[in-house]
Design a protein around this ligand. Sequence first.
Ligand code: FAD
Length: 436
Amino acid sequence: MQKKQKSKYGLVWFTNNLRIHDNASLKQACENHQNVIAVYCFDPRHYRDTAFGFQKTGKFRAKFLLETVTDLKKNLATLGITLLVYHKKPETIIPDLIKEFSISDMYYQNEWTSEEQAVINELKRNIPHSVIFHTFYSQFLFHPEDLPFEVESVPRVFTDFRKRIEKTASIRPLIETKNESCTIIKKDTPIPTLWELGFEDFEQHSLTAFPFQGGETSALNRLEQYLFQNETIKTYKKTRNCLLGADYSSKFSPWLANGSISPKMIYWNVKKFEKLHTKNDSTYWLIFELIWRDFFKYVSLKYGNSIFRIHGILQQGYVWKQDWDLINEWIHAKTPEAFVNANMLELKQTGWMSNRGRQNVASYFAKTLNLDWRIGASYFESLLLDYDVHSNYGNWMYLSGVGNDPRNREFNVKLQAERYDPQETYQNLWLERTPI
Ligand code: FAD
């Protein structure tokens, strides 16, 4: 065990790990230092337009994030840690904090995608060499060090990946953080408002399938509700392709995406549920889906920026169009396909779309209309409450035939609608209420 450094502060930089439970950075900082402070930056670049003209973070995720950071601030205070919040670039504000508090060590979650890497590199350039960086992979279910293969050898096919890790790797226990020192610093930095991030305030849509708030507290409440209160998980495998309501699937993804719940927290609670109640194919299937999430993270770790390129990781040279009339018809729910339109309206009005819906609208965009899949992915990036760079680009590549599924498949949207919305209840809900 390292000795606590009495005079120096440790700084925890929060990014997509917005929780106090199962948080390796936080635990290590509290173990190593008498004084710990935390910082979160609403990076102005995250609220600007991206290359295809969509705002990188739209209003749904912005509001969810504000709720999340507000909750994190409260939760950190219970550990005696002050969260400083800024609406500034991290590489601008963190060097000032390092100076002001004579910070000796920084703790943060490892990120590898290009935009995040650029920020980290710039930050490192702006702070003294004496500052020690401690980085942790706490976004995975299976820790990278526990894989039975090197990252460069991650299997391209999901089933191979899953079978190999299920056979040999195990999930690490949850990390508990205690902080005994409790030195609250006298510095208050207000959390920006939605307006300051560039949005008008708005109410959650009354029909949303995601009627929850951002933050670790809501995430843990949902976990408790979905597993132990309602035992909805028992039928997950049967309901997960449905389209209506909050309970056909877990709805954990928005919290997972910004790290206000850890996948290990979900895993260990499913194990507890299996012990106390039932172990069946549904309880297994939720873990199975979390392995998909890990898979796309490892794919992105292995292939780097190829996940953002038009030919994807397969280097498939399909011909893609950038026809903005067709793209706008898709965005504004004016395609000839009612099922696509209903899903696109749900997304536009709530920031949510089911997995079944996402597969259909993405396949329609990329395989039926042959539109540049990166534009669809970029629109999702703006709108989705649960946007996660690895899952979003991984799934889009997959459905576009340039990712981990070499088959050049196209969904039959009409058949899908008949199968998953036989009474058209879902389509009626979104299409009747909103003039198209
Ligand atoms: P559940 O069905 O309850 O599954 C539990 C968890 O497993 C999810 O929360 C999620 O973390 C994981 N999971 C389930 N399916 C997938 C999958 N196909 N890929 C990766 N992880 C999965 N998911 C995101 O979290 N962020 C995204 O940006 C995203 N973009 C997508 C884009 C497209 C085109 C498609 C087809 C899928 C995308 N997904 C994305 C995956 C999936 O649709 C969502 O994770 C899921 O619908 C979230 O609902 P849930 O939490 O109720 O999932």
